[in-house]
Design a protein around this ligand. Structure first.
Ligand code: SF4
Length: 660
């Protein structure tokens, strides 16, 4: 199984035992001495977890090309940490490449304390700042900074370097006619626009010699209208090879681009054929990432000859043993990245930025704080509730050697994750459920399904973790008890027959999810549409005619969704069959619809079914019987239903298991 992934490979002179690498990630732990051990522990665990080669988060070659929590190669105070990091990784048998980085016009001046520099003074939609146009001196200084940075990396013992030239950062900006309007030798034709990148590569080669492995991360597709075209991209790849690059890592999209590139709506491996087209024109290895989250997908990419290595990043947050599990018949125990971005990219983009973690693996980024060691005393632990928080509590407690019994009143585990998995584009949550089912089995957690436990049954336990989650909040609107008023779980579990004119009340994450479910399930499945097109029987591919009204009390909608995905949700819901009504205060539910107050006066929104997505309330669990005799930990929704999200719920569950 996975024979292509298991094949040894080579990047320049660097021999690698297999094809699974770890791509570059900014962890928010860089350049902070007090959290350096956390940074080291993160990499050590991934090295032990089988990464053939890890690429560090970007290390700025100059201060103006860096940012908060970022190492900079001109800051001598960072030298010790960068040198120490590679030593520690080597001590556990890992290999690591340093990524040399310059953010160009994506630098935030409030972080660097100076203006950003770019090929031309063109404002960035990402930073809302206008950079300074680089002089020829600036360009030469930058090229030399890449070269001397590479030499430092080599001297410290790094196994390779990667030059960041994609995602809209400096070198990518020079290549693109969108951001490079220069009239001198570093602009204009393709030769001018790629000149700085090629000079960077040659300058690095001069410093580090012919044999030091050099990866260039180039953009395969900018997803920016009017940017570098496919022919230019191929030509650039060929020139990079000629200039002395040993491998090309193919990046996709810019931060400003309006195309999702890593969110859950992006199909797995969606961009791998972009890498394939580049692979056809060069003879050096090609690395791919972007929604390559399972070994099956990775193996498929390699078996098709689209790429030579996979270098995903987020899957290593979800599971530090990504390669080991993928390559050693432990696929069922692999915790798969669900592309939610909630604890990784949303943390990186937060103001102020927070260290990266992972929703489905709360230990990520905190490995040194929570070592995997057995608790001093083995205890008997009851976990009440088999939703995300309960699953994580049971897993974490059992992994520390405790004897765990998990009680779930439903016939299946999963809770809110099982509901979420029904939303089109969120099917990855089934992977999480599969993971927990197998890992709980492996850890000998006793799972009692369809068991509505009573506190009196728990007196023999040493501690109880209450993870009973939430249930829908029913607003106190007259008429809410009418039969055409339903809740979101009833809709998502298919318990109700849907009407034709639907009204979704509430535009938070759940309201948007339910709306998407209603929109997508009205259309026939993709295979029916394909069949209809092939045989010209379009009658079978006509969507069920439904109108959907999405109602917000305020003038905002899609609130409570992370920054990196909110814009995608809004875009996905921008459909003609959906009517969005804002600033509508519900006054009464009638048989004919929802009556309410608008800025223009009272009016009726007609509907034959009203779906409540109006928040959640704690599902309580009465522990009075146990009070004071047994420690009780409440986590997730059972602790506090307000502002609830799965990141918090699972983190609290994990922390409770460590507090036992
Ligand atoms: Fe993947 Fe979500 Fe974890 Fe980020 S937080 S690594 S997207 S599962």
């Amino acid at each position: 199984e996975f024979s292509n992934l298991k094949n040894p490979g080579k990047i320049g002179t660097l021999h690698l035992p297999h094809r699974v690498l770890m791509g570059s990630m900014h962890l928010g732990l860089e350049a902070e001495p007090e959290v350096f051990q956390r940074l080291v522990a993160f990499y050590e665990e991934r090295a032990k977890g089988g990464a053939a080669l890890m690429i560090t988060g970007g290390v700025a070659v100059l201060p103006e090309g860096g940012g908060d929590h970022m190492f900079c190669l001109t800051d001598s105070e960072h030298d010790f940490f960068l040198a120490e990091l590679v030593q520690r990784i080597h001590q556990v048998g890992g290999k690591v490449a340093m990524q040399l980085f310059h953010s160009g016009r994506y630098a935030f001046s409030k972080e660097t304390g100076m203006p950003s520099y770019a090929p031309s003074a063109i404002a960035s939609n990402w930073t809302r700042e206008t950079p300074v146009e680089m002089s020829i001196d600036d360009i030469q200084r930058t090229i030399q900074a890449f070269a001397s940075g590479a030499l430092k990396a080599k001297k410290w013992g790094y196994d390779a370097i990667e030059v960041m030239g994609s995602e809209g950062y400096l070198l990518n900006e020079f290549l693109s006619p969108l951001t490079n309007h220069r009239k001198d030798e570093y602009g204009g034709s393709l030769a001018g626009r790629m000149r700085i990148s090629l000079e960077v590569v040659r300058a690095i080669r001069e410093q580090v010699g012919e044999n030091f492995p050099l990866i260039f991360r180039m953009s395969g597709l900018d997803c920016m209208p009017g940017s570098t075209n496919p022919d230019e991209t191929l030509e650039f790849a060929k020139c990079l090879e000629m200039a002395g690059v040993d491998a090309l890592n193919i990046g996709i999209g810019w931060h400003e681009s309006q195309v999702p590139t890593v969110a859950a709506v992006v199909p797995r491996a969606a961009f791998s054929t972009v890498a394939a087209s580049i692979k056809e024109v060069v003879n050096i290895p090609i690395l791919v990432a972007n929604r390559v989250n399972t070994p099956e997908v990775a193996e498929h990419i390699l078996s098709q000859g689209w790429a030579d290595f996979i270098a995903p990043a987020r899957p290593w947050l979800a599971d530090a043993e990504f390669a080991n599990k993928a390559l050693s018949q432990q696929r069922q125990l692999l915790n798969v990245c669900v592309a939610c971005n909630q604890a990784c990219l949303d943390h990186t983009m937060a103001q102020p930025p927070q260290p990266v973690s992972c929703m489905v693996n709360p230990r990520t980024g905190a490995e040194s704080l929570y070592p995997i060691i057995f608790a001093q005393k083995k205890k008997k632990i009851a976990v009440i509730g088999g939703g995300p928080a309960g699953l994580e509590a049971a897993r974490a407690a059992a992994s520390r050697g405790h004897q765990v019994v998990l009680f779930e009143r439903q016939a299946q585990l999963g809770g809110q994750f099982r509901l979420a998995a029904r939303v089109p584009g969120k099917e990855e949550f089934y992977e999480t459920l599969r993971y927990f089912e197998h890992v709980l089995q492996q850890l000998h957690v006793e799972v009692r399904l369809s068991h509505n436990v009573h506190a009196s049954e728990l007196t023999s336990f040493d501690a109880v973790i209450v993870a009973t989650g939430v249930h829908p909040r029913i607003p106190s609107i007259p008429g809410v008890e009418l039969p055409h008023v339903v809740t979101y779980p009833e809709v998502l579990t298919g318990q109700v027959i849907l009407g034709k004119r639907l009204l979704v009340l509430g535009t938070g994450g759940i309201g948007c999810d339910v709306t998407k479910y209603l929109l997508e399930t009205a259309a026939p499945p993709a295979e029916v549409s394909r069949f209809a097109k092939q045989y010209d029987v379009t009658e079978v591919s006509v969507p069920v005619q439904r109108t959907i009204t999405l109602v917000s009390r305020s003038d905002k909608w899609a609130t409570g969704i992370g920054k990196t995905t909110r814009w995608i949700v809004r875009r996905e819901l921008n459909r003609p069959e959906l009517k969005l009504v804002k600033q509508f205060q519900p006054l009464e539910i009638r048989e004919t619809g929802l009556w309410g107050q608008t800025p223009e006066g009272e009016k009726l929104l007609e509907a034959d079914q009203i779906i409540l997505c109006t928040g959640q309330e704690t599902s309580s669990f009465d522990v009075e019987v146990l009070a004071k005799r047994i420690p009780i930990f409440r986590v997730g929704g059972a602790k506090d239903a307000s502002q609830l999200n799965a990141v918090r719920a699972m983190r609290e569950a994990f922390e409770a298991a460590y507090a036992l």
